[in-house]
Design a protein around this ligand. Structure first.
Ligand code: ATP
Ligand code: MG
Length: 422
């Protein structure tokens, strides 16, 4: 118990963390290029933010939230997603009074009580972006295009972009009724969860993971046939914008997304190489969420991209992330004087920006060489009484085993030079 991380969580060990650093930097860079700025919000929020924001007929609110009471009996929840907190902050700090649009990005842990499996964890991580303050379909295209660029630049080829429109509350109401009419004769065969969705939120049935429900919805009416004029125009504009930006897509009327707040645009980037949990990135438009959460009637659009699933996709595509560079100079030291000189040299080299190391376990000379080998050091220098007396220090190139003697007074410059040369 004590030595096991909680179910559904994962440590990220130093031999993996370089991949995270690489992706975090790539994401920050592309967001900056697209004019997004980072927002950081707390790990937990008032529970009501999510029950209202995400919607109480969603999986998240129905059964996945990590909710607890603090000592003052406030109900708090570890954030299961990033959009509601970003909206809360936008409203709290009256950012809508600034010049619009507001373009945020974030890199956050999310918490959902789910059945852990490949690509599904209880603590997972998301990159996300949001644009608040415009209903122009250029914003939707920009959000989608950023995700597309990000994934393609990483070298992923197999992800497919699927887009859909899930309409607005008024056309969706008509569609929902049509869907209920279609499902009515099949009602008794639906799973229990879907039975409860039938009245409250029948569109969620389309997204049910149960095979029986999946077969029952075959041939169901699709939202795209029910769009009102405004939603239809918006969807046509989105497609035209994506084409202008050279983003490839397929229209998939089956995409409904798991969160209640979406309107009009819904999209997913799906990999077919990582199994059932193939959605790497999902997002869409939410024109009523900001108002619903107590702000002015301001529209928004964004996405969430699962980092663990992104890593699985990279692996499945054979994309290798460059490994970090190792130690440049290892200083092997012997005796008290050697130590004194070695520590001073270590500090100088590090100040010059080199990755330099000594042995903190005081191994013997042979042990230090072995250790230097293990660290994959580029150069090893040996400093003992002999070297200090002679005023000459040996530098060994660990790859070629080539050795050379250097004047003790210039050893630091010499090493800096050598490391910069390569
Ligand atoms: P799913 O299809 O897995 O149920 P979702 O509709 O719940 O996804 P969103 O809430 O839109 O997903 O989250 C955006 C992205 O976050 C997903 O596309 C996925 O990459 C990732 N994600 C969601 N839930 C998990 C999880 N439990 N573990 C790992 N990644 C997740
Ligand atoms: Mg889910």
């Amino acid at each position: 118990m004590l030595t096991n991380a909680p179910k559904g969580t994962k440590d990220i060990l130093p031999n993996q963390v370089y991949k995270w650093h690489f992706l975090e930097k790539a994401f920050r860079d592309i967001c900056t290029r697209y004019g997004f700025r980072e927002i950081r919000t707390p790990i937990f929020e008032h529970t009501e933010l999510f029950t209202r924001g995400v919607g109480d007929t969603t999986d998240i609110v129905e059964k996945q939230m990590y909710t607890f009471e603090d000592f003052a009996k406030r109900s708090l929840t570890l954030k299961p997603e990033g959009t509601s907190p970003a909206v809360r902050s936008f409203v709290e700090h009256k950012q809508y009074a600034e010049v619009q649009p507001t373009k945020y990005y974030y890199d956050i842990p999310c918490f959902r009580y789910e059945k852990p499996q490949s690509g599904r964890l209880r603590e997972f991580h998301q990159f996300g972006i949001e644009i608040f303050g415009t209903s122009n379909m250029m914003a939707d295209a920009e959000v989608i295009c950023l995700a597309d660029d990000f994934l393609r630049n990483l070298g992923i080829e197999d992800v497919e972009l699927r887009i859909n429109s899930i309409g607005c509350p008024s056309c969706r109401d008509i569609y929902r009724q049509a869907l209920r009419d279609f499902l009515k004769p099949k009602y008794d065969d639906l799973c229990d969860t879907c039975k409860s969705r039938y009245e409250r939120n029948p569109m969620r049935i389309l997204d049910c993971k149960s095979e029986i429900c999946q077969s029952l919805v075959q041939g169901a009416p699709v939202m795209l046939d029910y769009l009102d004029e405004e939603c239809q125009v918006a969807f046509d504009e989105l497609k035209a914008n994506l084409e202008a930006m050279d983003v490839e897509y397929t229209v998939d009327p089956g995409i409904v997304r798991g969160l209640d707040y979406y309107t009009k645009t819904a999209f997913e980037f799906v990999s077919n190489k990582i199994g059932a949990q193939g959605t790497v990135c999902g997002g869409g438009r939410y024109d009523n969420l900001i108002e619903e959460l107590g702000g002015p009637p301001i529209p928004g659009v964004g996405f969430g991209l699962g980092i663990e699933r992104l890593l699985l996709t990279l692996e499945a595509n054979g994309v290798a992330i460059p490994e970090p560079e190792g130690v440049e100079v290892f200083i092997a030291i012997l005796g008290d004087n050697g130590k004194k000189f070695g520590l001073s040299l270590l500090r100088q080299l590090r100040r010059e920006g080199l990755r330099a190391e000594v042995d903190l376990l005081a191994r013997n000379f042979k042990g230090q060489f072995k250790y230097s080998d293990r660290l994959n050091a580029r150069y090893t220098v040996m400093i003992g009484d002999n070297e200090l007396e002679e005023g000459q220090i040996t530098i060994k190139d660990m790859a070629t085993s080539e050795q050379r003697r250097v004047d003790i007074r210039t050893i630091a410059e010499e090493l800096v030079q050598l490391c910069k040369e390569r």
